[in-house]
Design a protein around this ligand. Structure first.
Ligand SMILES: *Cc1c(COP(=O)(O)O)cnc(C)c1O
Length: 217
């Protein structure tokens, strides 16, 4: 079973890194996957999932939640401010806080709604022009700004450039989180989650290794 297999590899990586058992949260990235595959992972008892689009998540998770209790949903894709309210309603964590406008929108919604999802600030560790995320040199100021808005910032998130050694990016993200007093690190995907765990990942986002290749709609 793919889920059991991944869980075992996570446990081994925790052990190898001298980390506590269970200290790494597996976010099963279910974007674009057929509902039957998602349901079978839910049937196995897994409850933590990631989606990259608000609309797609809104189309399937309210139904799954009627059948399965305790679903913990993470937004891992870019968010437009005009979808922030819907994101608040669907997700327990948002990994893609990456600009002041979104931060002020979240702060306003948190006031209005009386709760706020956990926040991760996305960092563009590779400084890639096409990629979302704050630049490494802007991280400290942006964390401070979000904290001053009372947002529950838990940690940092990155998606390393595909053609580069991911370890360098994981190490950089860990260093930036540490100096800002943030305890969570959202990093590592199907191809590199064990390495991410060795660099301190607390949240890994694994899709195809659990569900199989994504079938485009
Ligand atoms: C799709 C996606 C993942 C999962 O990728 P896999 O290679 O299938 O594990 C992780 N993080 C983000 C931000 C994604 O968009």
């Amino acid at each position: 079973m793919a889920l059991a297999d991944i869980s075992e590899r996570i446990a081994n990586a925790e052990l190898a890194a001298g980390r506590d058992a269970g200290s790494v949260q597996l976010i099963a990235v279910s974007k674009v996957q057929p509902n039957e595959r998602v349901a079978s992972v839910l049937e196995e008892g897994h409850r933590c999932f990631g989606e990259n689009k608000v609309q797609e998540a809104g189309g399937k998770w309210p139904d799954f939640r009627e059948t399965y209790d305790g679903v913990d949903l993470h937004l891992i894709g870019p968010l437009q401010s005009n979808k922030a309210r819907q994101a608040f309603e669907l997700f327990q964590s948002i990994h893609t806080l990456d600009r002041p406008k979104l931060a002020t929108t979240f702060a306003r919604l948190a006031q209005e709604m009386g709760y706020c999802p956990d926040m991760f600030i996305q960092v563009n560790t590779g400084e890639e022009p096409q990629k979302a995320g704050v630049m490494p040199r802007e991280v400290d100021a942006f964390v401070a700004e979000c904290v001053s808005l009372d947002l529950p910032v838990k940690g940092l998130m990155c998606i390393p450039p595909v053609e580069e050694e991911a370890s360098l990016h994981f190490a950089l993200l860990a260093k930036m989180a540490k100096r800002n007093g943030l305890s969570c690190l959202s990093m590592g995907m199907s191809s590199d989650f064990e390495r991410a765990i060795s660099f301190g990942a607390t949240h890994i986002r694994v899709g195809s290794a659990i569900f199989g290749d994504r079938v485009p709609n």
